[in-house]
Design a protein around this ligand. Structure first.
Ligand code: FNR
Length: 210
């Protein structure tokens, strides 16, 4: 079977998507169930490394399940009827079933990569009443550049505000020069991890408000 462009075998993606999401998330304890989404499909993605490091660091406090966006088709209102694409149903179920979201975005051309914007577009319907409404969201951006994806971060905030999600109010979590902070697929920069953990604690506090 040919590998999918995201590096994951197609069979694995189909299996992931076909599982009922209640089996994917940790129902065996009372830890908050968080959904992590990376805005990059790249196999060696720094965004993916950031998400994995956070997942590992908070494992005692919360469960972060990563949802791969590789199979989510381009938004098409003609497909957004009763019978939605399988990956879209899985995405919306995963967002509905989690207590909070962590979005990790690279910056593409001073903005949010299409794959992440596209996923938000699918999840945002029906407008103002979607699975994103009221959902606590922690945003993280990174880039090899000096401003750490600040423009993508700002765009992401703008887009999320239209979904009525609850963006966690923390100082912006921007990881600059990310290429020097990830080694062998692992985020090794402790300062970045510290900022992320402060943000994550704020996400948990936001979740507890409900
Ligand atoms: C980039 N990159 C980039 N970086 C940046 O700081 N500002 C930018 O505007 C852009 N624009 C841009 C456009 C496109 C099409 C690509 C492919 C890349 C660099 C980008 O941030 C870098 O490749 C990241 O490593 C991508 O994230 P992942 O895949 O490592 O998560």
């Amino acid at each position: 079977m040919p590998p999918h462009p995201c590096g994951m075998p197609l069979r694995t993606i189909r299996w992931t998507l076909s599982r009922p999401f209640s089996m994917v998330i940790d129902m065996t304890n009372n830890k908050p169930r968080i959904l992590g989404i990376s805005g990059s499909l790249r196999r060696e993605s720094y965004s993916g490394a950031i998400l994995r490091r956070l997942q590992e660091a908070v494992a005692a406090q919360a469960t972060i399940e990563v949802f791969p966006l590789a199979s989510v088709p381009l938004y098409n209102a003609d497909l957004d009827g009763e019978q939605k694409p399988e990956a879209v149903v899985a995405l919306k179920d995963a967002i509905r079933d989690c207590e909070g979201l962590v979005l990790v975005s690279p910056e593409y051309n001073y903005g949010v990569p299409g794959v992440l914007k596209n996923a938000i577009d699918w999840a945002s319907r029906p407008g103002y009443q979607s699975v994103l409404q009221g959902k606590p969201v922690l945003m993280i951006a990174s880039s090899p550049g000096i401003v750490g994806g600040a423009r993508a971060y700002a765009q992401l905030r703008q887009t999320l505000s239209s979904t009525l999600s609850r963006i966690v109010a923390v100082p912006e979590i921007l990881i600059s020069h990310v290429h020097s902070k990830v080694q062998d697929g692992r985020l090794t920069d402790e300062a970045s991890l510290k900022y992320m953990l402060e943000g994550f604690n704020a996400l948990l506090a936001e979740i507890r408000k409900r």
